[in-house]
Design a protein around this ligand. Sequence first.
Ligand code: BGC
Length: 883
Amino acid sequence: MIEVKNLTCEYFKEPLGLDTQNPRISWQIESDKQEVKQSAYQLQVSKKQSFENPIYDQRFESHESILNEIKDLKLDPFTRYYFRVKIWCQGEVPTDWSPASFWETGFMNEEWEGEWITAPEKMEKSEASPYLYHSFNSRKEISQARVYATSLGVYELSINGSRVGDQYFSPGWTSYHNRIQYQAYDVTEYLTADHNEIGVSLGNGWYKGPFGFEGKKEIYGDTKAALVELHITYGDGTKVKIVTNKDWQAVATPILMSEIYHGETYDARLEDQRNHNVETVEVVNYPKHHIIHQQNEPVRKIDELIPLEIFTTREGDTVLDMGQNMVGWIKFNVRAEKGHQIALKHAEILDEEGNIYFGNLRKAEQKITYTCKGGGQEVFEPHFTFQGFRYVKLINFPEDVDLSDFTGEVLHSDMERTGDFETSNPLVNQLHHNIVWGQKGNFLDVPTDCPQRDERLGWTGDAQMFFKTASYLRNVGPFFNKWLKDLIADQLSNGGVPYVIPDIISKTDGNLGGVTHSVAAWGDAAVIIPWTLYVSYGDKRILEEQYSSMKAWVEYMRSQGEDENLWDTGFQLGDWLGLDSEPDTYTGVTDKTLIATAFFAYSTQILIRTAKVLELNDDLEAYEHLYKKIKDSYQDCFLKDNGSLQVQTQTAHVLTLMFNLVDKRSKEKIAADLVTLIEQEGVHLTTGFVGTPYLNLVLSENGYHYIASRLFLQKDYPSWLYQVTKGATTVWEHWDSIKPDGSFWSDDMNSFNHYAYGSIGEWMYKVLAGIDTDQTQPGYKHIHLAPKPGAELTWLRSTYHSMYGEIGSSWTFEGEVFTYNVSIPANTTATVTLPGAASPVKNQKLFLEAIGEYQFSGENVIVHIGSGNYKFQYEYNVLEGSL
Ligand code: BGC
């Protein structure tokens, strides 16, 4: 039995308002058979659910089942397109048709009829959120209704008093002057055949609210505005549009203040004052040509957390413990008299004395203030703000307050969860959990450094370092497709890449080294992320779209040095937070020219690979030439005659190995030297943001997996598990955010939810679980399964939902019997490297004939298999395998 399932269009299941001209269709194949391969497919597209007279019906001799582009189909705006697929697998008989799916177009190239509207000046100038609305009678039965909406600021849409949709912080954060997203909603069920009211409440959000280090207001503009179109189709086929224009009205809401950093002030007494002070809106002259459809999954409520306890601190505060450092807000119930005011103040951590600690939030207030309307139980959750917290100080709550009055609502971009990982070591499992929560907390529409202090910015370096881990945990294809377009939008004309995307630092201050852009390992996000996204999801379009930006960044680097092959000028962040310099400093001591030139070489290497994929032969040749010259200069500058490095830091060794900057013999020497440097620290790391993501990868790759394992298992400072033993539930910004003596790193920069060091997740999935893709058949079309057991684990279970389906890689030791179970999705193949299997095979204790081809490779055996589930079992002497 072979079935075609899980159809998606541009990564999404049944998207509305998708304006892609040549959408790409993906599907998954399920089968109980082994070695299933698609040899051809037929794709039908129809405006009718019955597929009668399809407008597109083509068969392709193709083995590709993901991101297949529909070409040459002229798409109409505001139209639903159904599609379905059948496939052929090694034979003449096709499968049945898949269940039908659909996508719906939005504006395509149509003009917006609605106008941008805002509240009258006085209302707009006050801190309170305005509500802009319009009432109308429908008089006829409605068969279908859609709303298309966007705003300057953030908005919540409602119809007849009900909040529409389950999205938050729409229209999301983009480089607003270049791109503003709109959202599409199916609102058929919200309307009545009689009187209706449609409206939007507006918050300042990233557009107008205080944001960035300086808390500057109005970074993008001083006027919030809404643009809405409601398209109604009646039962009799006639259509009408209700659009924002001068006829809409405005009224202030009970949301007296709502800002991303600072929280919200809400006066429920004002809820019934709706009909006072109604005014007419003003039309705003703001362009519409750069409005685009929503590119990534919206932010939604993803989890609900029940608090662990309410307790009183030494200082006498009543504090709620959520048991998890989370991002979102508290939804609460309260029963009090009219006018009674309560407040919640959010923090990540308790100090040494057990008191709630707000110091590291800097200027972010993270405070919710609520005034009761009285008369029974009131339920509240905020609107245009989010908090990063585990603990909540409850201020002035009535005596009857109870744990069950609080729910932690966790919000983030609704990306599909793809990775699962569990082992025999609970501390390792907690580390994995912390990495997962680091991603949750920092993937709220853009990848941020941290979610709690007055920062929450799209730091390019952090995103680049964590990208591969992020892509194991969740499908981040659309999320980064969107963000990379903002990177293009904000990239400088000389190819420079801002520190943060969307770039607000240039619009506010330049307090880091007096510049706002273009440092090594941060700017390289422009090259590393598109490539890694392509490799992870087989998304070739991202390379086509980003290529000019990638090339511009490499050219920027080339133009920096005194000599064009070395980047030795300007400000650099260096190995950020590396531990090899003086305690409590921001940058490690690794030579900044070495770091900059190493990344220059690496990005050039990726550009070469990209040019190869895109068949840009002139560029390929030119950049191969450049790469050779950079490598030569690097070696001239940093390699001694004896093959060791001039710069004796762990990070220098890690980068040299990771980016292949020396020949094989020097590599062996440098790997051995790296181990010596690690041993000199009592088998501890000293790497910062730049070296850490690659540290264990290069050790395992260069014959020192056992050292990687020991580093990974360390529990004392500095190590990954140190923070776990200190009770962390997310990943800290510093190795010593809490120092061994219990004190904290300075308040000026101490986040307890920063994903950069969570980049160890890549090694956990790629090396311990052994799941990786083949770069020449990306998106896990060809899978490498090469687990390297280690870290004293007796078992490990891992799955990864690739675009083709679920990959499984799980192993156990029972005594010396090693059992390895794998599952390979249909329409993919795998090369499995069985660790330590050479002697069992040679001694006929493991029989592989049934599987097909295999080869020996040192201690290991390499097996080539197709889709299906397989089990390998043999005696594996771990000591002999030197793990
Ligand atoms: C951020 C970092 C970032 C760094 C670079 C910090 O404030 O939180 O994660 O990469 O600045 O300077």
